[in-house]
Design a protein around this ligand. Structure first.
Ligand SMILES: [Zn+2]
Ligand SMILES: [Zn+2]
Length: 136
C-alpha cells in the first residue's frame, strides 16, 4: 500500500529525484518504511537511484522515476504528466490520445450497430407496408 503511494508520488514527479526523508514526508510514513519501499521500487527498471534530492536539495540517496512511455517509447521528462498502468508508463497526453482512439472505435461500432438497427427497422416497415396493401 505504501509502495503504491510512493510509486504514485514518484510517477507524478517524473524525473524529479526524491530522497528518503522527502518521500517519507510525502507518503506520511516512517523513514525505515520508505527505505524498504525505495529498495523495492529500485528493482523496477522505471526507477533510478540518484544522489541528490530535487526537493530538499541535499546530496543524499534519492529515488527517481525515469520511465519510458509505452505508447510513443520516448522518455518521460521532468514536469511531464505521466501515469503508470499495469507496470507500463504512459505520458498523460499519450494516454488521452489512446483513450480518445478507443472512444472513437467504440463510437464507430455503436454507429455501425445503430445503422444496422435502423436498416432492420426500415426493412420491417417496408415488409409491413407491403402486407398492409389490400390485395384485390
Ligand atoms: Zn529530500
Ligand atoms: Zn508518450
Amino acid at each position: 500500500m505504501t509502495a503504491e503511494i510512493a510509486r504514485r508520488i514518484l510517477v507524478g514527479a517524473a524525473g524529479e529525484a526524491l530522497c528518503h526523508s522527502c518521500l517519507a514526508f510525502a507518503c506520511s510514513v516512517s523513514l525505515p518504511v520508505v527505505r524498504r519501499v525505495a529498495e523495492e521500487l529500485l528493482t523496477s527498471a522505471s526507477f533510478q537511484r540518484r544522489d541528490r534530492c530535487a526537493r530538499c536539495r541535499h546530496t543524499v540517496p534519492a529515488i527517481c522515476f525515469a520511465g519510458k512511455c509505452a505508447h510513443c517509447s520516448l522518455a518521460v521528462l521532468p514536469g511531464e504528466d505521466a501515469l503508470e498502468i499495469d507496470g507500463d508508463t504512459f505520458h498523460a497526453a499519450c494516454l488521452r490520445r489512446l483513450a480518445t482512439a478507443e472512444t472513437i472505435r467504440l463510437a464507430r461500432k455503436l454507429t455501425r450497430t445503430s445503422r444496422q438497427l435502423i436498416e432492420q427497422a426500415r426493412r420491417r416497415m417496408r415488409d409491413r407496408g407491403r402486407r398492409d396493401v389490400p390485395s384485390r
